[in-house]
Write a protein that binds this ligand. Sequence first.
Ligand SMILES: *Cc1c(COP(=O)(O)O)cnc(C)c1O
Length: 390
Amino acid sequence: MADDKTLKTDTVLAHAGSDPRAFDGFVNVPVYHGSTVTFPDVDTMLSGRQTYTYGRRGSPTTTALKTVLQDIEGADDVVLCPSGLSACTVAILAAAGAGDHVLVTDSVYGPTRHFLDTMGRRFGIETTYYVPGLGDGVAALMRPNTRAVYVESPGSHTFEIQDLPAIARAAHAGGALVIVDNTWATPVFHKPLALGADISLMAATKYVVGHSDAMLGTVASRGEAARLVKDAWDQLGLSVGPDDVYLGTRGIRTMGVRLRQHEANALAVARWLKARPEVSRVLHPALPDHPGHALFTRDFTGSSGLFGFVTREAPVAAAKALLDTLKLFGLGYSWGGYESLAVLSQIGKARTATPWSEPGHLIRLHVGLEDPADLIADLEAGLAAFRAAE
Ligand SMILES: *Cc1c(COP(=O)(O)O)cnc(C)c1O
């Protein structure tokens, strides 16, 4: 089943890694709690032939999730990490070390940037942040010691779309690996490894788990990068508790249908916001006037539930009143669950290559699986509070 390359993504999500006959007919792979795995004799122990050897290195529970991911990513290997951030850091540590240079999008997820600016720098990795729209212009930033180009498309909080195939050509010409943080689209809507990336990672905490109840990261890779990632993951001793791996597998079975509903709901909310006088700009790559829309339609097959909008210029009290009035949108970090969320983005401090200079306030919404009419009514009340506080 999992080897059938003609199956469509939704079918792979439902069936890959599943083997009821191996588990007395039960549809789902059980949760194996375990550290020690025993061997029948010394020869087997020394031979390396036994599939499972130690809890940290994997179990049937981790194999189930890895198999689904390997199939939908088109990867040679997948490792599971205890958070999305640890997936980002293990990918960087796999590609670069002391004396190496990495090129990273200026729109990168904030904690990944913090890792590069602190521990990355302390361990001798030098980072240059590039303008997200640069495309093959990254060739001019490549140095002889550039080991990786790190892409996140669309960008965290600002939703720029990048020309991944052009970036991959420039990176590979200079001998660098391409790492993509694909948390936003997931491989359901965007397949980085097929577009030239070597490493495709996700905060599986978001859409894979899908219910805001576990932390999980995944790193899919191909070719030489697969060996480097596996080694780094093993050397760092990363391991995920089996219950959280199970929640990842349970989530990924319904990821396609959930994402399509997030997409429809988010587009309904985004189009409504776009027509509002309190809103100066909507940052959603599936809207035709988004600057990255042509690249988006070329390289993505859909959009997810996360986008931003900028209010018209107003005192910060008005933006706070808007958010504090919302009842269905919770105020909280993370996203990708069934429920709607909102945050006031503090993007001004985070950029170095592309300073953020919009006069309005940037608000990021995660549109969940509620009825969009109710979400729009909630936002309408929020915008009334915004006007009252202007
Ligand atoms: C949330 C997020 C992460 C980190 O994931 P955690 O599971 O919270 O550690 C990494 N990249 C992106 C784009 C994210 O949105």
